[in-house]
Design a protein around this ligand. Structure first.
Ligand code: GLC
Length: 490
């Protein structure tokens, strides 16, 4: 049987264009798919911020017409390999819509707030469907990720009516984050995509006259999934559904939760060259060097006995930064060090900087995205904090466990699926877990963790056991392949 052909499309791709966890998934899942025999390729916009010196690309085809806004626009397709793999990445080039500014126009990752964002991604969604003919490659499945490419299943259904070559292509939508939905003015989007209201297979116009791209994708794609089993349940409720719970209820039968993995080759304390010393379960001695190095670069006291609480995050409301802010004074009373790395919402950035200014001996905040520093925190910390309000999957907790750093998480979304609460009597479990989004519960979980840290025998047993957990993509990729096969009727 010929290989199944899958095109992944998204707004982010690690390491070429990374903002958040979405990029990590798009950069890692295809590597696992190709190893299991899938003919997988990726398409993203050719953003101006892509570093050409690191990721040189070659032009495959130019002057491809794309009907948009009543005009004929043009794109070119460039190709670059996904680093450390044979997966082809197609970069769609069009300066007017795709090439300017950063990945997103707004500081808040994937915010979908502005018209320019809406225009960029509706153009990308339309353009992607024009690349198959010039590439002489038609996928069996278009695997769409998040709102940015939400119009792809819609346009695909419409175009398939006239173009038989598209008719067999199935669409799969993976939802990484329900909070970002991509809302468009109805008239604008109809004009942009050149479609009429009656063309829409499953049109749903919202009360304010807007069309929501994620909602359209939920209604129209052939199948959908999200990135953890628990979030697949949560998203059907008003608390987590972000206003789309009723839409999701309609597709409940076609909705499943497939847990993300992490790139275990990239995130490996035994080979990671961003950290001060390598280590493994068999020989964990390097971890203490990583801790000393982290304390040094953050200007905190170099002392192996002071537990470090680390956080690496996109500073968005979702991530529970305000909960950390609530406990800063209480935390400062403990013998701890706290290290935060991230960017995002200026209000949350300011909270972290304020804590560092108030308690310079204990708190350190670095307001930037810095991949090497992230690794140093994963490796050098003792605890990793993820007090998320909601968390579709969460990757930080898995990375931290692989580095022997004990997670303290709220039992929500994928955090609940991946971090089993530590049981002091049996010694089973992975980390410290709290249920309600409340500062007191969060603080109590931290205190339980600090208590265990004092018992170094038990502590080291826990560290070794979380380092042994398997978070590789192999199992998840198998599940995605099963899904692709079902979709195309194999
Ligand atoms: C989004 C979610 C996060 C998930 C990631 C990858 O960033 O917020 O929970 O891990 O996507 O799926």
């Amino acid at each position: 049987m010929p290989a199944i052909k899958v095109l992944l499309i998204a707004s982010e791709l690690n390491p070429i264009a990374k903002v958040g966890g979405l990029a990590d998934v798009i950069g890692a899942l295809p590597k696992a798919l190709i190893k299991q025999g899938i003919d997988v390729r990726i398409a993203i916009p050719k953003y101006g911020v892509i570093d050409e010196s690191k990721y040189p690309s070659k032009k495959l085809v130019g002057d491809i017409p794309v009907p948009f806004n009543g005009e004929e626009k043009k794109i070119s397709i460039f190709e670059t390999p996904l680093p450390n793999s044979a997966v082809p990445v197609y970069l769609l080039d069009n300066l007017e819509y795709l090439g300017q500014n950063g990945i997103y126009f707004e500081s808040d990752a994937s915010s979908s707030g502005s018209n320019r964002e809406a225009e960029r991604y509706s153009f990308f969604a339309r353009a992607v469907l024009e690349i198959f003919e010039p590439l002489e490659w038609y996928p069996d499945v278009i695997h769409c990720h998040d709102w940015h490419v939400g119009f792809v299943p819609v346009i695909l259904k419409i175009l398939s009516k006239q173009n038989k070559k598209l008719a067999h292509i199935k669409s799969l939508l993976t939802i990484h984050n329900l909070e970002y939905q991509g809302r468009y003015d109805t008239g604008t989007i109809f004009t942009a995509l050149g479609i009429k209201e009656e063309d829409f297979p499953t049109l749903s116009i919202q009360h304010n006259g807007q069309i929501n791209s994620l909602q359209q994708a939920i209604l129209t794609s052939d199948h959908l999934n999200t990135v953890s089993p628990n979030y697949a349940q949560e998203m059907l409720t008003p608390e987590y559904g972000a206003g789309l719970e009723e839409t999701l209820q309609k597709r409940k039968a076609d909705l499943e939760g497939l847990l993300n993995g992490i790139d275990v080759e990239r995130f490996n304390p035994d080979t990671d060259d961003a950290i001060a010393a390598n280590y493994s379960v068999e020989d964990p001695s390097g971890k203490i060097k990583c801790k000393a190095d982290l304390q040094k670069i953050t200007n905190l006291a170099v002392d192996p006995n002071i537990p470090i609480l680390g956080i690496v995050s996109r500073f968005a409301d979702q991530k529970g930064i305000d909960l950390i802010n609530d406990i800063v004074d209480e935390l400062a009373k403990e013998d701890i060090q706290f290290i935060a790395l991230g960017t995002g919402d200026p209000k949350l950035e300011a909270m972290m900087s304020a804590a560092a200014n108030k308690y310079p001996d204990k708190f350190y905040a670095q307001i930037e995205f810095n991949a090497d520093m992230a690794q140093k925190i994963y490796a050098g910390s003792d605890f990793f904090l993820m007090p998320s309000k909601f968390e579709p999957c969460g990757l930080g907790q898995m990375i931290s466990m692989r580095y022997g750093t004990v997670p303290i998480v709220r039992a929500t979304g994928g955090l609940k699926d991946t971090v089993v609460a530590y049981n002091d009597r049996s010694g089973a479990g992975d980390g410290f877990v709290f249920d309600n989004y409340e500062a007191a519960e969060f603080m109590a979980a931290i205190l339980r963790g600090l208590e265990l840290y004092k018992n170094q025998d038990k502590w080291h047993t826990l560290v070794a056991s979380i380092m042994r957990k398997d978070f590789s993509w192999v199992a998840s990729a198998k599940k995605y392949i099963g899904l692709y096969k079902r979709l195309i009727g194999q």
